[in-house]
Design a protein around this ligand. Sequence first.
Ligand code: UD1
Ligand code: CA
Length: 450
Amino acid sequence: MVVVAILAAGRGTRMKSSLPKVLHSLGGRTMVERVLASAEPLAPSRQMVIVGYQAQEVKAAMQLPGLEFVEQTVQLGTGHAIQQLLPHLEGYSGDLLILNGDVPLLRTETLEKLLQTHQANQNAATILTANLANPKGYGRVFCHNNFVEQIVEDKDCTSLQRQNQRINAGIYCFRWQNLAEVLPHLQANNAQKEYYLTDAVTQVGQVMAVDVEDEQEILGINDRLQLATASEILQRRVKEKWMLAGVTLIDPNSITIDDTVELQPDIIIEPQTHLRGNTVIQSGSRIGPGSLIENSHLGENVTVQYSVVTDSVIEPGTKIGPYAHLRGHAQVGTNCRIGNFVELKNTQIGDRTNVAHLSYLGDTTAGNQVNIGAGTITANYDGVKKHRTIIGDRTKTGSNSVLVAPVTLGNDVYVAAGSTITEDVPDDSLVIARSRQVIKRGWRKKSEEC
Ligand code: UD1
Ligand code: CA
């Protein structure tokens, strides 16, 4: 049986941020969410997050069922943080897996290996280590064979100790009862005047170190430079996965893809394109260049050029852009064209409908085979409330028409160019709502006479 505890109470001073460190994101998810997700497949019996600095914000950002929050009101060190678990784990006889909230690239396989070694050797504790060319900032691990004798924090190392390249990754598995006995006796006589969890390691009994295979996994994030490094590593992982799964990335370095995105084979992603959140894209689609797709579902054979699509659904065969903006639950049917400088907000469009140039459709429902003329605008906001516009099948709006909502145009309606429509229009009719053209002949001559 294993309980997971995540250390997430620290402020992260070196981030120089008003946001708690563990709420900084990479690849579309916060660090602490990533850490939690890496341990989830182990089916822990409890998941506890130790919060402190801006505890309310951290809790609010992590609304997941079954998660327990334990507060560490003053941050006196990682050992002090784990001391806060004592009243919550009284009588518990299993293992405690401790994860650092600022080590977000850890793989589940690595945790499995740590647990296996721990259990197979009946260790009191097993810790994850790595040999780093540049171990600066990490605690150094001193071992005999793979049995840990001591961990010394960078700040407490002698210059000789500092040369040791084997570092503590901040990931531990403890037999809880052994740790619980030692925790109350930790001392803070060190450079940082903190209660170090790493001191417990020398006191609990037999402790083994397990080296991580890919040292990129244990990168700890303390500042924005390391955050950028970790994001890059994550991007490489995600893009390699999709390329091997049949997605073409043209100029991969200029593309970013959150690891929450789902792609099918035979998609082409062009340069300067960013895919974020819960986005799904189906086969045959071609996205970019220069596009941002967020929390959206794109069907097969959709093309998007130089456009922004958020919280929207696009059905197969539809072409978006260049320079279109879809947002607020826009829904576009099959084989449509949403063209240059068009914005759709909370708008549903049927199949084979075109909105090709310079339009804003907000809070609108349009049917099938509709043609929205260049410059058509729905006036959906009266300064207080938003109103809907309904447009029937095969209806065509002339250039520069304004549809003042709430208003309904029936099927097969023709709207004359330049009209301002304020009243409903029945099926199969032509509506003209503009002043008549007047021509005054000989105008210059007449004005010169007076
Ligand atoms: C820690 C380890 C170090 C290891 C490194 C790996 C200790 C004493 N040192 O150092 O050996 O090489 O991680 O990344 O453990 N936290 C709390 N409460 C506190 C203090 C910290 O919850 O009172 C949390 C932080 O939010 C963070 C984690 O614990 O998520 C680690 O704290 P941090 O200050 O970053 O420790 P390091 O100096 O990196
Ligand atoms: Ca750290």
